[in-house]
Design a binder for this molecule. Structure first.
Ligand code: FPP
Length: 258
């Protein structure tokens, strides 16, 4: 039975009708987002930075729903980087509390929507309540297959490559792998995202033109889409613009158009 029909029977018709605009079969499988601009959004309104992060959670809720509605398979969002610990303790604590609050509040809805929660990064360094809520969300959504929501937490692209190298080195030391067998497939498999396809589309709100240590290996051939809109203002309509722009791109992966 086609996936579309299975989804329809299991979850009912798509909520949105706008999806007719998308070219069938040309949507990205994996979308990655750098959720940036929360601080500037708050400053513009004379609010504390934390208010921007709180508003950013609402954008995340909206975008998760849109991804479910439009049949995106994987959404990876940059929620906390290995460098974000340098922020004032108050802000770090607020972000960790928001994560716990988000997971507690959204879990029933995420389960209902068929979302599988995952996380990538050095998770063992997160505060215990965050680790516990993440573990619960991952456990309780492990069987879902409508959308993988992949939260990058205490994530850094360079740290990920270091961790992958350590993992491979241990395999070599254990005699399970020969150095000459290490190739791109082995390295890819040792990344936190080892079993996921690379992102097809990277969205960067707030106008910044950099990768900020996000998915350095995985983004090698990803299409980039940047908007000046701050993340707390980024909603389903903005995602639609990004997806429509993506459909106009010609992906060649270093080859020639055939
Ligand atoms: C970058 O904006 C954003 C972050 C460091 C945090 C992103 C977190 C959220 C959207 C909410 C929490 C996430 C979950 C999963 C509950 P910035 O503060 O650097 O913005 P600025 O560049 O304008 O200062």
């Amino acid at each position: 039975m086609p996936g579309f029909l299975t989804r329809w029977l299991r979850h009912g018709p798509p909520r949105a009708t706008e999806d007719r605009e998308f070219e069938p079969g040309k949507l990205p499988r994996h979308v990655a987002i750098i959720m940036d601009g929360n601080g500037r959004w708050a400053r513009k309104r004379g609010l504390p930075r934390v208010a921007g992060h709180r508003a950013g959670v609402e954008s995340l809720r909206d975008i998760v729903r849109a991804c479910v509605d439009w049949g995106i398979a994987i959404l990876t969002v940059y929620a906390f980087s290995t460098e974000n610990w340098k922020r004032p303790q108050e802000e770090v604590e607020a972000l960790m509390n928001l994560l716990v609050e988000y997971l507690r509040r959204e879990l029933p809805e995420l389960k209902k929507e068929g979302v599988q929660v995952r996380a990538i990064g050095r998770l063992e360094a997160l505060p215990l309540p965050a680790q516990q809520e993440l573990a619960r969300a991952r456990r309780e959504t492990a069987g879902n297959n409508r959308l993988i929501l992949n939260l990058a937490l205490n994530y850094g692209g360079r740290a990920e490559l270091v961790d992958a190298c350590r993992h491979i080195a241990r395999e070599v030391l254990a005699g399970k792998l020969r150095p000459e067998d290490i190739d791109e497939t082995v390295l890819k498999g040792a990344l936190y995202t080892g079993d996921l396809p690379d992102p097809d589309l990277l969205i960067r709100p707030s106008g910044e033109m950099r990768l900020s240590n996000f998915l350095l290996w995985q983004l090698a051939y990803t299409e980039l889409w940047v908007t000046d809109v701050y993340w707390p203002d980024f909603r389903r309509e903005n995602l639609r613009q990004a997806l429509l722009a993506y459909q106009q791109r010609e992906r060649r992966f270093g080859g020639l158009k055939i």
